[in-house]
Design a protein around this ligand. Structure first.
Ligand SMILES: NC(=O)c1ccc[n+]([C@@H]2O[C@H](COP(=O)([O-])OP(=O)(O)OC[C@H]3O[C@@H](n4cnc5c(N)ncnc54)[C@H](OP(=O)(O)O)[C@@H]3O)[C@@H](O)[C@H]2O)c1
Length: 325
């Protein structure tokens, strides 16, 4: 038997339940999960179920790290330290909020060299997404000499790790936050300027040109404002919807300033792209960096933590220790 956060049906609340190993798929790589995390999407799944959860019963958790127990495909040796994010885990098939998981071998990566399993989950899906967003801006051609970069939802998971990476790469970073209490946290991360998210939401269709690049995890009016303030020829990576799914803007920033808007989905990226992004994280971030932006919690606290994250009462990353000591 093992413990997992199980949601039995659309009408039932999530509960940490004892489950028999026989239920797990037999042809997958069996992994003893050491760490998982709470991302925004996990909390939506735990608190609202749909639209994140596509079928029931479901075990939540869009990422995990753990030790291979057994791999029928022989791709991973028993004892290998592996990492899994996305591919529909915790949405279409059982996820990482579980002491044991059985997943397709083609979805797994080895924990990047230089990282512990905990480091990998201190980054988690949020960190992977941040790294892919930073790579998009770099591939577009932005360098520290190009100008300033804005990061919205700055105190959240994607925001925090985007800031850390951009700072390590030498960029001048502006953080946008909805809460003044986060100013000190953001200053400690090294942002040179801080703005309030409300200034984005109230921007004119074309406003002053303030930054050459941006990573946005909010969507809605905030993303519209990000585009309004972006310098001519600049680039915006849209990767989240913490403020909303809508995008109330006009074509003006695109046709009058030639700004470029890139979408990013880290869930179904190729293994090659994932390796590049994990490599950047492992090269840039130290154990100390990651300890400063994350807190470790017991699996048993998952429900109260999810509520706090959805209410924006969390800064940085929440890591879950999945095995009892
Ligand atoms: N595209 C992808 O593949 C991908 C992958 C991972 C995450 N995401 C998305 O990215 C977003 C962020 O994820 P996360 O895990 O970083 O979440 P998170 O840790 O909860 O961070 C989100 C941050 O956004 C700000 N925020 C939240 N609600 C807001 C609101 N109503 N208005 C304005 N600001 C608000 C808060 O920062 P401040 O307190 O600093 O304002 C919050 O900390 C989510 O929408 C998530 O679904 C997408």
């Amino acid at each position: 038997m093992f413990k997992a956060l199980l949601i039995n049906s659309e009408n039932e609340k999530p509960r940490i339940s004892e489950i028999s190993e026989d239920i797990l798929r037999q042809d997958g790589v069996l992994v003893k999960v050491e760490y998982s995390t709470l991302n925004y999407k996990d909390c939506l799944a735990i608190i609202h179920g749909k639209p994140v959860i596509r079928k029931y019963p479901m075990v939540t958790g869009i990422d995990f790290c753990g030790t291979v127990v057994n791999d029928p495909s022989l791709e991973f040796k028993a004892g290998s330290k592996v990492l899994m994010t996305g591919f529909g885990m915790g949405e279409k098939f059982w996820g990482g909020h579980s002491e044991l998981a059985s997943v397709d071998a083609s979805f797994l990566l080895n924990v990047p060299s230089g990282f512990t399993m905990k480091n990998a989950m201190q980054c988690g899906t949020a960190g992977l997404t941040a790294s892919m967003a930073v790579l998009k801006l770099r591939d577009f051609g932005l360098t520290p000499d190009s100008g300033k970069i804005l990061v919205t939802g700055a105190s959240g998971g994607v925001g925090t790790i985007s800031i850390l990476l951009l700072k390590k790469l030498g960029f001048h970073v502006i953080g946008a936050t909805s809460n003044k209490e986060n100013f000190e946290y953001l200053e400690n991360l090294g942002v040179q300027e801080i703005i309030e998210t409300s200034t984005l939401s109230s921007a004119k269709i074309l406003d002053q040109q303030k930054w050459i690049g941006a990573i946005d995890s909010l969507g809605s009016k905030a993303l519209a404002g990000v585009c309004s303030y972006t310098c001519a020829g600049g680039a915006v990576v849209a990767c989240g919807n913490a403020q909303g799914m809508d995008f109330p803007t006009s074509v003006a920033p695109f046709i009058l300033r030639g700004i470029n808007l890139f979408g990013l989905d880290s869930v179904y990226q190729t293994i090659a792209n994932r390796k590049k992004a994990w490599d950047l994280l492992a090269r840039c971030l130290t154990d100390n960096d990651l300890s400063n932006i994350s807190t470790e919690h017991q699996f048993s606290d998952i429900l109260s933590l999810a509520k706090r994250l959805i209410e924006s009462k969390v800064t940085g990353r929440l890591v879950l220790r999945m095995q009892e000591n």
